[in-house]
Design a binder for this molecule. Structure first.
Ligand SMILES: Cc1cc2nc3c(=O)[nH]c(=O)nc-3n(C[C@H](O)[C@H](O)[C@H](O)COP(=O)(O)OP(=O)(O)OC[C@H]3O[C@@H](n4cnc5c(N)ncnc54)[C@H](O)[C@@H]3O)c2cc1C
Length: 433
């Protein structure tokens, strides 16, 4: 690296200004590191992923943004509620019945506003933030293959390289590093499609349930989410197997598919009857994946850029915040030790995979034909607390007993054997005899 490049080098470049990126950036800038965030969209930008888990509170507290979030007027979420296709409801899982702590309620957020709060916070902590700036590739040292920066689109048809001691990939489901390196590996089972849109003026339940997330079942283990947002808006989405939503020989129009499925759940039908749909219909597929590696020399993968899990338990933003926080701590240590080799991030990868595995097992149970929460709680009423731990994001707990009980009703997956470690340097070719 020549002298000029070295002088223009940041300590850290973060790709992506979502919750993972701005969390890592704020915490690293707060430690005095020189951090640059590159975001392809103009902020604020639309994003799905509106229902938070209560344990987001701890990272939001560390970031110092709870006052701004309280002031924003987001809907308060006190529980999760499950509804059968005939409209009958299970007893809601109220978080405050489980723990008497400020983290025992959370929010349904408009992501453009939530993400902007985190973005402004990273700027206030001293990070340099560039929106409207797309990263098109990683820069590697030709001799060592270590990542030493990124290439950006300069907006005039050309490209420019930016250099840093450490690159943090927080590019969400674009997963720029995993996609380019061929590391993105789909979950062997979880592969759903989702279609979603918004309603205005739809029904809200009274009292404590006004801001609940409702998961409303469809035949064949598909489901609706019903997420009451601020300004009288409700986010409504359907998640199911591709063949269920896009039935051979039937309509492929997302609006018609959602309308058809509304007729398959009495609670959803009743709640939407008095509202009016507005805006786009969104569709996404290729649901759950994990990267083969969590790091390379000079590179760390965080949030959805590392792994994405089916959103049935609203774990995405929680895992993005949590991994952003874990990444900041690991990178701070690595920079201080002047060692950003991939192996330094094995503990980060192992801990993050352990958290993801807790949520992944419960997602598998959810989709198992033989399983439902009512059945589990009736058979083992004492397990309700542990189950709620899972649903609030208290993933550091010991869940062995919970999963033993769940295994009486559902096939649970083996742990995935990849993602826990950083990539090891390529072995030199063996010498010819
Ligand atoms: C259908 C659906 C429903 C969901 N529902 C929920 C929910 O209810 N609750 C929940 O917690 N989670 C939910 N999620 C998951 C949630 O959206 C994500 O887990 C969360 O946004 C991850 O945060 P992140 O910071 O890792 O990525 P993102 O929030 O996606 O941020 C990544 C950022 O990187 C930027 N970027 C991408 N590529 C580049 C590039 N090349 N250069 C520069 N910038 C780039 C993007 O523009 C984006 O701003 C849902 C997801 C889906 C698909």
């Amino acid at each position: 690296m020549n002298k000029e490049t070295e002088m223009n080098r940041d300590d850290v470049i973060v790709i992506g200004g979502g919750p993972a990126g701005t969390t890592a950036a704020a915490l690293l800038a707060d430690q005095g590191w020189n951090v640059r965030v590159l975001e392809k969209c103009k902020m604020p930008r639309y994003h799905i992923g509106e229902s938070l888990m209560p344990y987001c509170w701890f990272t939001l507290e560390r970031l110092g943004v709870l006052p701004q979030i309280e002031a924003e007027g987001f809907t308060q979420k006190l529980s999760v509620n499950f509804v059968s296709p005939d409209g009958s409801q299970s007893r809601p899982f109220y978080f405050f019945q489980h723990s008497d702590h400020p983290s025992s309620y959370t929010w349904q957020v408009t992501r453009s506003r939530f993400d902007q709060i985190l973005w402004d916070n990273a700027a206030a902590k001293g990070a340099t933030l560039q929106d409207d700036t797309r990263v098109t590739g990683l820069v590697r040292n030709p001799d060592t293959n270590a990542v030493t920066g990124v290439t950006i689109d300069d907006g005039h048809g050309g490209h420019r390289n930016l250099h840093a001691r450490m690159v943090v990939d927080c590019s969400g489901r674009d997963a720029i590093a995993a996609a380019k390196e061929g590391w993105r590996t789909r979950d062997p089972v979880l592969n759903k499609i989702s279609i979603w849109t918004y309603w205005k003026g739809a029904k809200r339940d009274p009292g404590l349930d006004a801001g609940s997330t409702t998961v409303a079942y469809l035949p064949g283990k598909g489901w609706f989410w019903y997420i009451p947002l601020q300004d009288d808006v409700v986010s409504v989405g359907v998640v199911a197997e591709r063949d269920y939503l896009f039935k051979p020989g039937e309509t492929r129009d997302p609006a018609e598919i959602i309308t058809r499925e509304i007729g398959n759940n009495a609670w959803i039908q009743d709640h939407l009857a008095e509202g009016e749909q507005f805006g786009e219909y969104w569709v996404t597929g290729e649901y759950s994946y994990r990267s083969r590696y969590c790091a390379d020399d000079g590179l760390l993968l965080v949030g959805d850029a590392f792994a994405f899990l089916d959103p049935v338990f609203s774990s995405g933003v929680f895992l993005a915040l949590k991994s952003g926080e874990m990444a900041a701590d690991a990178i701070d240590n690595a920079l201080r030790a002047n060692d950003v080799s991939a192996a330094r991030f094995d503990d980060y990868g192992k801990q993050l995979c352990d958290h993801i595995e807790v949520m992944r097992r419960i997602v598998y149970a959810f989709y198992d034909e033989e399983f439902n929460f009512g059945k589990l709680i009736r058979a083992h009423p004492d397990i309700r607390g542990r189950l709620t731990d899972c649903l609030i994001g208290d993933v550091d707990n010991d869940f062995e007993e919970l999963f033993q009980r769940i295994a009486e009703f559902a096939d649970l997956p083996d742990e995935l054997d990849y993602g826990h470690q950083g990539r090891r340097p390529r072995q030199p070719a063996p010498a010819l005899a």
